[in-house]
Design a protein around this ligand. Structure first.
Ligand code: TRP
Length: 461
């Protein structure tokens, strides 16, 4: 469709029509009143959408384990856009999540031509050093390299079987000339996202991936891949309630009671159904109709909330029978701060962002020459007011530097009314940014001795 919004993880052209994005990609809006200790990024509507965040919140509120995962591209320098993701990771960690961070060194090696040694150095000096300074809890954070965690690569490879070039074309717009590194990288990334659920990496639990909305294609791919491996599906019944269905595949046909002749082996099938019935009995369902021959169980009285209770039990059963038992990852989506020049923020164009190790004087220059929402003349500004929605200095206070909501809204209304001038807005931003960068610098010094402790056992040199 011509007027579809496009989101593309590799494009520099991003739609900011967030309501359309929610609708078109089937995301849900974030209601921050449901969140424990909402972060300023939630209160300000910057983290605006999610998929399956309720699984994570349920785990949090019932004291069960859950995890958060992100990845870093070890090229270039860490900037404010990267910091925003780590702020969210830290918030999840404070709510009880364990933290896994993938260093996408295979991806950077294949798509950006960096050596693995360079990737390692950049990851540690530029990113992990800042994660430590930003206050991630070292005791609960595991950073690993794609290149040294075979299970991630193996999972990526195995999952490749569940997709094809047409799907990549549909999701990413790939064509005949697309470099296959762009096919491999999302598969390895699916391995990144899904492997923390494996028994050796913490076991079955919800894992949430906070991303910019441009990364949703990766999440859609990964969620689809996970679902396709599942041995049992739970879906809504047309006439109400839920239905559990077997998903018979080459790998599981014997276990799910298909004989060598391709027919239903009644004894084997009944044993699977006994286990399924046992799960439903334990969950307190009494009214369900099992149809072993057909491979389904109808539960007319079950609600969509019951689905969240049933699914993990089915994944556990799948694992006990020899399957992967993968839960689809949850995700949250944030809006983008505008680049300092008024268009997109990008690490390859230093004038569009502030790096976490930026010199104060350089930061000052960037803010002073940043795109402004002020009026051309003082007289007009006093009369018409400025536009904070496009004003970089204000937007950076909102996204990064002014943590006090009341102070922020006073600045906003002062600007709109014309009372605060453009130069003053920039000065406020510079003061706050100076404070921020100086404190971070101080924290980098104080935490430099624990940087290597953030690396997982398989990723220490
Ligand atoms: N591809 C991501 C980037 O370009 C990095 C990444 C690798 C990642 N694995 C991930 C991000 C898993 C989120 C989750 O920045």
């Amino acid at each position: 469709m011509v007027d579809d919004v496009s989101i593309d993880p590799w494009s520099s052209n991003q739609s900011t029509d967030y309501a359309r994005i929610i609708e078109q990609f089937g995301l849900e809006s974030v209601d921050y009143s449901l969140l424990p200790n909402p972060h300023m990024l939630h209160r300000r509507g910057i983290v605006f959408a999610h998929r399956d965040l309720n699984l994570v919140l349920d785990a949090h509120y019932s004291g069960k384990p859950f995890g958060v995962l992100t990845g870093l591209m070890p090229s270039g320098r860490m900037h404010l856009g990267h910091k925003m993701v780590i702020d969210q990771v830290k918030w999840f960690q404070e709510q009880g999540a364990d933290v896994t961070i993938a260093v996408a060194d295979l991806e950077a090696h294949a798509t950006r031509g960096l050596s693995l040694e360079d990737c390692r150095r950049v990851a540690i000096e530029e990113y992990v050093a800042n994660y430590a300074a930003l206050g991630l809890d070292v005791d609960n954070t595991n950073i690993y390299f794609q290149s040294t965690r075979p299970v991630v690569q193996r999972l990526g490879f195995t999952l490749g079987k569940r997709t094809n070039l047409s799907e990549f074309e549909a999701i990413y717009g790939f064509e005949g000339g697309t470099n296959l590194a762009h096919v491999q990288a999302p598969l390895v990334q699916a391995g990144d996202i899904l492997h923390p659920q494996l028994d050796e990496y913490g076991g079955l639990r919800p894992i949430v991936v906070p991303v910019g909305v441009d990364q949703d294609p990766h999440l859609r791919l990964t969620r689809g891949l996970a679902a396709k491996t599942n041995w049992f599906n739970v879906s809504q019944r047309k006439s109400g309630g839920l239905v559990i269905g077997l998903s018979v595949q080459d790998e599981n046909s014997l276990a799910l009671g298909i004989g060598k002749d391709g027919r239903v082996d009644r004894v084997a099938r009944q044993s699977v159904f006994d286990k399924l019935s046992n799960i439903l009995d334990k969950l307190g369902f009494s009214d369900y109709r099992a149809n072993p021959k057909h491979g389904s169980i109808e539960i007319p009285g079950a609600t969509s909330r019951d689905r969240d209770l049933i699914r993990p039990k089915l994944l556990k059963l799948e694992r006990s029978l020899g399957g992967l038992g993968l839960l689809q990852p949850s995700s949250t989506y944030h809006q983008f701060a505008i680049g300092m020049t008024g268009d997109k923020m990008s690490s390859s164009r230093p004038e569009t962002t502030i790096f976490l190790t930026e010199d104060i004087s350089l930061m000052e220059k960037k803010v002073k020459s940043s795109f402004s929402g002020g009026q051309p003349t003082l007289e007009e500004h006093r009369r018409l007011g400025g536009n904070p929605d496009v004003d970089v200095a204000f937007q950076y206070l909102k996204y990064f530097f002014e943590t006090d909501d009341n102070a922020l809204s006073e600045i906003e209304s002062g600007y709109r009314s014309g009372e605060i001038l453009t130069g003053q807005m920039k000065q406020i931003c510079i003061e706050k940014a100076t404070e921020y960068l100086s404190e971070l610098n101080e924290m980098r010094d104080q935490t430099s001795h624990i940087v290597s402790d953030f690396l997982a056992a398989d990723s220490k040199s």
